[in-house]
Design a protein around this ligand. Structure first.
Ligand code: HEC
Length: 200
């Protein structure tokens, strides 16, 4: 008999829980972000090469940065055009190598991971808009966990001012950008900044 009120209570309470994604962020007991070791199986958003925020001369080494997102977040994004709670975006840096194997020209990604940063949306974990950045002291060590980059930090300032969708740089992720445009979810700041280009 007692079980029924309990089940009823659960049925009422469950929808109030934030929608946790099965492949969303996981943390250690001391609040570090667990390394999402299966991210190479996630949705590929895009790659930049030698991106720079200033027009000064480029660094002497060439680097690719590629971004991956957890599949459940991408699925929700396709429907709403917004990155949902539970989004985990991994940015990995790899050196660009020149001639190797049969390649004589152009550049390919090296197998050596040079760096990793992660952007997470988790309202239950981060105050404010729920977005937080994590950095890795040893990005090449798969067992290392991500440390929260606290505010204020330039990461938040630049992403909030220039990221096209929900403080992420969706404008550089071509397929996702098409979805955001169709759903009308580009940030007001981005639209103002790119008014001329968006008319096309
Ligand atoms: C001056 C602007 C600027 C600053 C400062 C900046 N970023 Fe970014 N960030 C970018 C751009 C541009 C991209 C898109 C990269 C691409 O297309 O490959 C990006 C992409 C990312 C992504 C991929 C997910 C997303 O949100 O689009 C992560 C993770 C990230 N940055 C982490 C950081 C961290 C951590 C810091 C601070 C230590 C930081 N960024 C500081 C401009 C910035």
């Amino acid at each position: 008999m007692l079980r029924w009120p309990l089940l009823l209570m659960m049925a009422v309470l469950l929808p109030m829980q934030p929608a946790a994604l099965p492949d969303g962020p996981a943390y250690t007991q001391d609040g570090l972000l667990k390394y999402p070791s299966d991210y190479p199986e996630w949705v590929f958003l895009g790659t930049g090469i030698d991106m720079s925020y200033s027009s000064e001369t480029a660094a002497d080494h060439s680097m690719f940065n590629s971004v991956f997102v957890n599949p459940a977040a991408y699925k929700a994004f396709k429907t709403s055009g917004h990155w949902p709670d539970g989004t985990v975006m991994v940015l990995e840096n790899r050196a660009a190598t020149g001639a190797s194997s049969i390649n004589k020209r152009g550049k390919t990604e090296s197998s050596e991971l040079m760096g990793m940063e992660i952007h997470v949306k988790d309202s239950a974990h981060a105050k404010g808009d729920g977005w937080a950045f994590y950095g890795f002291e040893k990005p090449t060590d798969v067992k290392s966990n991500g440390r929260l980059i606290g505010r204020p930090a330039s990461c938040y300032t630049c992403h909030e001012a220039h990221g096209a969708v929900d403080t992420t740089f969706t404008q550089f992720y071509p397929t996702a950008m098409g979805i955001a445009k169709a759903k009308g979810t580009l940030s007001a700041e981005y639209q103002k900044e790119n008014a001329a280009a968006l008319v096309k």
